[in-house]
Design a protein around this ligand. Structure first.
Ligand code: CMX
Ligand code: CO
Length: 162
């Protein structure tokens, strides 16, 4: 299955460029930021950027405690995902030990994560998750290997309302 068939891009009126229909990735859903201490990181973002926490969750399977800070309103909004590891032998724990605090991954919103994974996998990018998992705030998520994406750990996110 080609991607244009997935999104119906072939049905676009000739000559009209609609990036939302044409691209596989709808928009940046969130930026994941690794920190040693979630409480301190949240206090920093709240006091410096006037953002507020919309959701706090623990995902034992991903080894993280997280706080989601909302940017913008409505369906076009995005998130800062502050991530504290639940232990040293977790993706974020190992990242902190290696590189210290900072940007850990980018999450891109997609319309259909299962089909998007199939297409990206067929294009030779290693999928860290073959099938979607439960992510933040009810989303379905899956990760692509950073070594196959120019050093960027990449997360696909399908929001729960899609
Ligand atoms: N960004 C870019 N490169 C990364 C990386 C990251 N976040 N994390 C690790 N790497 C690189 C390392 O630099 C290293 O590269 P080199 O071999 O060139 O030195 C390589 O990956 C292996 O590093 P590692 O510390 O041995 O880490 P692992 O192989 O054990 O795991 C990864 C790396 C990406 C497979 C693992 O972190 C993973 O599966 N991540 C996906 C899940 C995840 O990150 N969950 C937390 C967030 C949850 C959420 O957003 O909801
Ligand atoms: Co994320």
């Amino acid at each position: 299955m080609t991607f244009s068939r997935l999104r119906g891009a072939a049905a676009r009126p000739a000559g009209r460029w609609d990036a939302r229909e044409a691209a596989m990735l709808d928009q940046i859903d969130h930026v994941g930021i690794a920190c040693h201490d979630l409480k301190t990181a949240v206090a920093f973002y709240e006091s410096v950027f006037d953002v507020t926490v919309a959701s706090r969750e623990v995902h034992e399977d991903q080894g993280v405690r997280e706080a989601m800070l909302r940017l913008g309103e409505g369906p076009g909004g995005s998130w800062i995902q502050l991530l504290e590891p639940t232990g040293p032998d977790t993706p974020v724990g190992k990242f902190l030990a290696r590189r210290g605090p900072g940007i850990h991954h980018i999450g891109y919103r997609v319309a259909n994560i299962t089909e998007t994974l199939d297409v990206i996998g067929a294009r030779g990018v290693r999928l860290l998750h073959q099938r979607p998992r439960h992510g933040s705030m009810g989303a379905s998520i899956a990760f692509l290997h950073p070594a196959d994406v120019g050093g960027v750990l990449t997360e696909l996110v399908q929001p729960p309302d899609r």
